[in-house]
Design a protein around this ligand. Sequence first.
Ligand SMILES: Cc1cc2nc3c(=O)[nH]c(=O)nc-3n(C[C@H](O)[C@H](O)[C@H](O)COP(=O)(O)O)c2cc1C
Length: 181
Amino acid sequence: MTQAPICIAYFSGFGHTTQIAKALATDMGQVRLVDVDGITAEDWAALDAAPTLVFGAPTYMGSTAAKFGLFLEEAAERWMEQAWQDKLAAGFTVATHPSGDKLAALQRLSVFAAQMGMIWVGQTAIGAPVFPERAGLNTDGSWLGLMARDSGQDDGKVMSQDLETARIFGRRIRAATERWG
Ligand SMILES: Cc1cc2nc3c(=O)[nH]c(=O)nc-3n(C[C@H](O)[C@H](O)[C@H](O)COP(=O)(O)O)c2cc1C
């Protein structure tokens, strides 16, 4: 199998983060999705080889879900030799509330990337109210990374506009990989 230049490492307790991970991947070209809950040696090898890693976790109690934290701590074995240095990194999180303290989760992901010597890629999408015609784009106004929301209806869905924001962010990450990866 050809090595994917972009790997999306994510955890999802109830499927919402999985939906955003798949939307991100839509226009990324060659990409490998790695569900960290059941990560394999082959997955780790793909992460080690890819020039770009995207980290995604739901916000649980104001931070990244514990099972994603476990993955970050396992990856920290690579910290001492800075094995992931100069890879590109980006992040996303999903929660129920407009704030939901999602920023704290993105901060954890970006601080992890900084500790690993990675180069962080943020969002560039500007939506309403600055551009009223772009209502629905980046609705939470997050540039550190992608913030998405579930529908709040207990129907297993995420907000449909966040899927489009994710596709746009995916294209941004692909362009960054082609330029600097
Ligand atoms: C243990 C737990 C803690 C949560 N904490 C928060 C929170 O701090 N803020 C929030 O807005 N939503 C919170 N939620 C809601 C989840 O972030 C939300 O349901 C999300 O869509 C779950 O994504 P997943 O299906 O990928 O696990 C929490 C859910 C659980 C199970």
